[in-house]
Design a protein around this ligand. Structure first.
Ligand SMILES: [Zn+2]
Length: 232
């Protein structure tokens, strides 16, 4: 990355939404790599049954507020990172004001309401969004760089009004190392974006099938009729 890339990383602010299976490894790599400031948002407390994938926590943090335990763990790795814990589930308004204050957003959440709120906020503020998702043995990684006018958005791919059945890890379960892999890739793409190195994975949906150990990459085009980004 070079000195310049390191300096850009140190000056950068990231928002990680969700301190679970994706958010833990993503935040850990961002902090260890030396990102300047990191806000981490989640409303939950640490649960024993999630420790196999929520790798920032230990058995003695069970019952603690996740984002506070996360801050302590991140600062134990790198005390120079300014971590802001936010114990709440983000709404549209919160998302807009938080997103406007950072350089990159990592969607590590587990529900469509948060995903769409973050997408809208990132489109409006023209901030890059790195979205990850994992369920059972299947995962997805998407990068949207709204600094570029022709970028598709999350809603181009999964329209806000579509009747998708929501399946959450809390119900269906997820293969723990898979969330680790996707969370680490989210950190990787976020670091590349703020340090301005390489080419981001933007404009494509990457799908990983852990059972077959196979990646697929699908090009995503901007939908001119998209209710979120179509008119911009
Ligand atoms: Zn769109």
């Amino acid at each position: 990355m070079g000195i310049e890339g390191q300096e850009r990383l140190r000056a950068a602010r990231a928002l990680v939404v969700g301190a679970g299976g994706l958010g833990c490894p993503a935040a850990l790599y961002l902090a260890a790599a030396g990102i300047g400031r990191l806000t981490i948002a989640d409303s939950d407390k640490v649960d024993l049954t999630n420790l196999q994938r929520q790798i920032l926590y230990r058995t003695d943090s069970v019952g603690a507020v996740k984002v506070e335990a996360a801050r302590d763990a991140l600062n134990a790795v790198n005390p120079d990172v300014q971590v802001t814990p936010l114990q709440k589930r983000l709404t549209g308004e919160d998302a807009a004001s938080l997103v406007s204050r950072v350089d990159v957003v990592l969607d590590c959440s587990d529900n469509f309401v948060t995903r769409h709120a973050l997408n809208r906020a990132c489109v409006a503020a023209k901030k890059p969004l790195v979205a990850g998702a994992a369920i059972r043995f299947d995962a997805q990684l998407m990068v949207f760089d709204f600094r570029q006018a022709d970028s598709p958005c999350y809603s181009c791919l999964f329209p806000e009004d579509s009747q998708v059945e929501e399946v959450q890890c809390s119900v269906m379960g997820v293969f723990a190392p898979l969330t680790g892999a996707i969370g680490a890739m989210q950190a990787m793409e976020a670091i590349k974006l703020v340090a301005q190195v390489g080419e981001s994975a933007k404009g494509k949906l990457q799908i990983f099938d852990a059972l077959r150990a196979e990646w697929r990459s699908v090009k995503v085009a901007k939908d001119p009729a998209c209710v979120v980004c179509g008119k911009s």
